[in-house]
Design a protein around this ligand. Structure first.
Ligand code: UD1
Length: 429
């Protein structure tokens, strides 16, 4: 199992480029199911979840070429033939977002079989809202042997009110609605930039969608969608992680090819912590002399502070002057990084969904274990300011969503090595 070895103490200096957003790329790849034509996606990040989605589409009969050319990260997908519209357990169990194929599969073929996602490290994460929405659109859904089976002649437009804001739920039902008969109105939708990115792609395929990016989305179903070429948004969470990396190490870092508009809540919070941030077009320059101040965060749906940045922020809070309170509102059980940060010397108390961090803790190296994607990122950040050499085990978690993070960080001065380099002989997927 690969490990990272990180020696702390270096300020990050220079420029670091942001890759395409994994959480946009996943629904956009699933959207290729909606047409018989070829779909070309650019700026696809070279991460493990994308490879998992490729396997998923191929297992259903699609042709997928991941053309990881240096510049483009271009992928072409052809779902002309979908001989086996089944998302198998072996694949779904490694990536919950596989449930994103449910909506497009039933919309395109009238039949979808998707393994129920298992328990996940960051909470129960049910898909009941996806199911409820599809039922409202006329799908007949049964559950047997760990699989969900959805059938219908053709989906019908419906009025859907999400009980709770769900990102992939909004995306899944949006993909179902674009080929449904009639109008669908969805209320209490997620407003995340990834939903807007998907909607832009669907519109370029001929879908009729209004209101994406707001809480009410209206869709006029069409009979058929055509192929497209679409460029994936920059990854706001990777960008946010690099901003924290610049700040925590007392560096001077330019985070390039990002979309600063998607990072407002993170930028505002870092400014509150005393970090200097300058937006320059599609780059953000982050500077800090190490004199960080504490600040509280409360995770919210977009445009609030993202739950996917909570763990990284917590690493920063361990180095700030004063006490910070972090409230996790989106997922239960998303504090698994706390124990590992504590092993490095952090002073953090957890009570339910609230963590209280007493800052200015000197961190020291330790052997630590990655438990989920963003928790791993927080350990990398902590290790970059810890005294000595930290060994991070199970870095496959970080490879799910960060593209060659050790190479990127090394290029701006971090001392990070991968032991047992899986990327040595083949593309990093
Ligand atoms: C997506 C992101 C993930 C991010 C999360 C919240 C992808 C691939 N993943 O995950 O990185 O952390 O949004 O921003 O885009 N819920 C239900 N029933 C459902 C669906 C969700 O109760 O049917 C609950 C969840 O348990 C959670 C909350 O709604 O408490 C939000 O989850 P959701 O927005 O669906 O997260 P994901 O889309 O899985």
């Amino acid at each position: 199992m690969e490990k990272f070895v990180i020696r702390g103490g270096n300020p990050l200096l220079g420029s670091i480029r942001v890759s395409g957003a994994k959480n946009s790329a996943l629904p956009c790849m699933a959207a290729a199911i909606l047409t018989e034509d070829e779909v070309i996606l650019e700026n696809i990040p070279q991460v493990r979840d994308i490879e998992t989605e490729r396997k998923l589409l191929v297992s259903m009969g699609a042709e997928v070429e991941l053309g990881y050319g240096r510049a483009q990260h271009r992928t072409s997908i052809s779902c002309r033939v979908l001989s086996d519209p089944v998302a198998k357990y072996e694949i779904v169990k490694t990536m919950r977002a596989s449930s994103l194929v449910l909506g497009p599969l039933i919309a395109r073929t009238g039949l979808a079989r998707v393994a129920m996602p298992g328990g996940c490290a960051i909470g129960g994460r049910p898909i009941d809202l996806h199911i409820k929405g599809l039922e409202a659109m006329g799908a007949n859904i049964t559950q047997e042997h760990g699989y969900l089976e959805a059938r219908t002649e053709r989906l019908k437009g419906a009025h859907i009110l999400f009980d709770k804001i769900t990102v992939t739920g909004t995306e899944d039902l949006l993909m179902a609605a674009v080929l449904a008969d009639g109008e669908t109105v969805m209320e209490n939708c997620a407003r995340e930039p990834e939903v807007t990115d998907l909607a832009a792609m669907l519109v370029s395929m001929g879908a009729k969608i209004e209101g994406a990016g707001s809480s009410v989305i209206r869709v006029h179903g069409v009979d058929k969608l055509h192929g497209t070429r679409h460029r994936i948004n920059p990854d706001r969470i990777e960008a946010g992680t690099f901003l924290v990396a610049g700040a925590i190490t007392g560096g001077d870092l330019r985070v390039t090819q990002c979309n600063p508009a998607h990072l407002s809540s993170v930028v505002a919070k870092l400014q509150e912590c005393g970090v200097r941030l300058d937006i320059e077009g599609d780059s953000i320059r982050v500077r800090s002399e190490g004199n960080l101040r504490s600040a509280d965060i409360s995770t919210e749906e977009y445009p609030g502070f993202p739950t996917d940045m909570q763990a990284q922020y917590m690493a920063l809070a361990t180095q700030a002057d004063g006490t910070s309170v972090v409230v996790e509102n989106i997922f239960e059980n998303r504090f698994m990084h706390v124990q590992e940060l504590a092993r490095m010397g952090a002073n953090i108390k957890v009570d339910g969904r609230t963590a209280t961090i007493r800052g200015k803790s000197p961190l020291s190296s330790a052997a630590v274990m990655c438990s989920d994607l963003r928790a791993s990122a927080s350990l990398v950040l902590a290790a970059m300011v810890a005294e000595g050499e930290t060994i991070l085990d199970r870095v496959y978690h970080i490879d799910r969503g960060y593209e060659r993070i050790e190479e990127k960080l090394r290029s701006v001065g971090a001392e990070v090595r991968r032991l047992g380099n899986i990327f040595a002989s083949k593309p990093a997927v």
